[in-house]
Design a protein. Structure first.
Length: 584
């Protein structure tokens, strides 16, 4: 483990020569970097922006809210997005800057940008000394589960594919407990094997998408993914128009992802399919979102083999998301690059060191910046080789073999900052004897090298695992699904014994927000504050108090004089509350 100061720096997007064409020149937080849970997004352009550019930013959280509510502001060359509430620890945040961005002279952004970063975790040791195991519904073969705040109460809930036509929704009691009394069921297609949570209708909550592994019709393969929209309270009902809840893809879907493949500001659907598993090339189905969670189009991306799994992210740092597919019965991953419009091409691949081929050899693919150089590296779960294989990116989407970690009986894989030191650690299942297995943690030294593992015994053979802050203390816990022939399937919750502070029950991770108006402002601004506030201060980016207004204890409204302050972005602070002010 390493101890480091978390620094988030802007990643410049170079422009040819000395061109003054209208383009994005900087991002803060940087691509693929860890960022504070309270971070704002700052996008810098080569020219001053028009006020209309505030409509160009779309920000999505993977665990909380989905599309994030917040305030977009223009100040000079910079577009600022100020989220209404903080990110969850370890949450993957994706953002799109669409072509709605315009210069002050009316020039539209020619090339939109999609980028991602992770919210930092607070503390943790990566060890899981305490936890609980719960009974789960009867399950068929399960490849994935998903973790997110489904009901808007600030804690992370869990969804697990079940047998027949159901996905089980397990709601958190706020302390990392998932009692049966908090469980509900969502009806999907036949025998779901994989499920994801993403805000596909951009309404501020995460929706459910499930892979249906079999068809109810005899002698036919499944060709569907089910979409169920969240009502905001964690209930997932079939849509009024039944066809909108079914997405048709190539035969035998195996895995799926949601990402903005065409950079238009909504989340599209990418589905790996296996066909008959009879050999030949494979297909990845791309279905574009109309913005309301209804998917269309018929784009099929050809890959080397039928697909066991996939990952979608920007591997060459060109501002669009690319895809990697796990090739069936092969020691390769197929790499296909996006042209920015959702069209994928190329014949690239990643070769896996000899160690076994077969159905499951490259099922799991995870991506993250393992060595701190700003690009996305790859780890895979190689069940046949009983190893975790690491591939390092050169920044252009070309990968070379890194460390191979031997892990007996590897069946699932996670990638998260488990010790709160700012780099990504590996979590996997280790060993299985039919009655027990173990969670195994490998710690990153910050350069993509992983140290000796620590383990935590779990009842049963682990099918799948995920991470998130389940008990609200700022570090990342682990949730598993495991099976034994005696007790069936169990949901396991194992708590990281970190030293992070206990977060408030509502987990805003931001101080309360102040509403400052007008905003942007010139000359003066007004705001309302809580009774008993003694002073209001205006701070610059360095935290220096540039203007302080004293208040009587009975006052609830204050006039802020702004004369003498330069144009820019400032923080207004009143007690524990804070807000963002742009001065023009």
């Amino acid at each position: 483990m390493k101890t480091s100061l978390l620094l988030v720096v802007g990643l410049l997007v170079s422009c040819p020569g000395f061109s003054q064409s209208f383009a994005i020149t900087g991002l803060l937080p940087a691509r693929n970097a860890p960022a504070p849970m309270s971070a704002d997004l700052n996008v810098t352009f080569s020219q001053p922006l028009s006020a209309a550019s505030t409509g160009a930013v779309r920000v999505f959280g993977s665990q909380r809210h989905g599309r994030l509510p917040g305030q977009a502001l223009v100040t000079g060359n910079t577009l600022v997005f100020n989220p209404l509430s903080g990110f969850m620890p370890g949450e993957l945040i994706s953002a799109t800057i669409t072509t709605a961005a315009q210069s002050s002279t009316g020039t539209a952004l020619a090339t939109p940008q999609v980028f991602q970063f992770r919210a930092a975790a607070v503390g943790g040791t990566g060890m899981f000394p305490s936890g609980n195991e719960f009974n789960a519904a009867s399950l068929a073969t399960v490849f994935e589960m998903a973790v997110a705040d489904l009901d808007g109460d600030g804690d992370l809930d869990v969804v697990t594919p079940s047998s027949e036509t159901r996905v089980v929704v397990r709601k958190n009691d706020g302390r990392g407990g998932f009692p049966v009394t908090n469980a509900t069921v969502a009806e999907v297609g036949y025998k779901p094997i994989s499920v994801i949570l993403a805000d596909v209708d951009s309404d501020g909550d995460v929706d459910m998408l499930a892979v249906n592994s079999e068809s109810l019709l005899p002698n036919q393969q499944s060709t569907t993914v089910t979409v169920r929209l969240n009502d905001g309270n964690g209930a997932f009902a079939a849509p009024t128009i039944a066809a909108n809840g079914i997405v048709t893809v190539q035969a035998r879907p195996t895995a799926l992802a949601a990402a903005d493949v065409d950079a238009d500001g909504d989340l599209d659907l990418v589905v790996a399919t296996a066909g008959s598993y009879a050999g030949g090339t494979g297909r990845v189905s791309i279905r574009l979102n109309n913005g309301a969670g209804v998917f269309g189009g018929n784009t099929e991306v050809t890959v080397a083999k039928p697909c066991n799994g996939l990952a979608v992210a920007d591997i060459d740092n060109d501002g669009d998301v690319d895809l990697l597919s796990a090739d069936y019965d092969s020691n390769t991953l197929s790499v296909r690059k996006n042209d920015g419009t959702g069209q994928f091409s190329g014949t690239g691949s990643i070769s896996i060191i000899a160690g076994g081929t077969g159905v499951w050899s490259t099922r799991d693919i995870k991506m993250g910046d393992l060595d701190g150089d700003g690009d996305l590296d790859v780890i895979i779960r190689n069940k046949q080789g009983e190893s975790v294989d690491i591939f390092l990116n050169d920044g252009q989407g070309n990968f070379s073999s890194g460390q191979r970690i031997y892990s007996q009986g590897t069946a699932c894989l996670g990638l998260s900052d488990l010790d709160g030191d700012g780099d990504l650690d590996i979590l996997t299942q280790y060993g299985q004897d039919g009655t027990s297995s173990a969670i195994s943690t490998y710690f990153n030294n910050g350069q993509g090298r992983f140290t000796t593992n620590v383990t935590r015994k779990v009842t049963g053979s682990i099918y799948t695992l995920s991470t998130g802050d389940l008990d609200g203390d700022g570090d990342l816990d682990c949730v598993t699904l495991a099976f034994t022939s005696v007790t069936g399937v169990g949901l396991g919750v194992f708590f990281n014994d970190g030293t992070g502070p206990l977060l408030p029950t509502a987990k805003p991770t931001h101080a309360p927000r102040l509403a400052v108006y007008p905003n942007p402002a010139q000359g003066e601004a007004r705001l309302r504050v809580a009774r008993g506030t003694r002073e209001v201060a205006v701070l610059n980016a360095m935290g220096q108090r540039l203007r302080v207004v004293a208040m009587a204890a009975t006052e609830t409204e204050v006039l802020l004089p702004l004369s003498g302050l330069s144009a820019g972005v400032y923080t207004v602070q009143a007690g524990a509350a804070a807000g963002r002010l742009v001065i023009q």
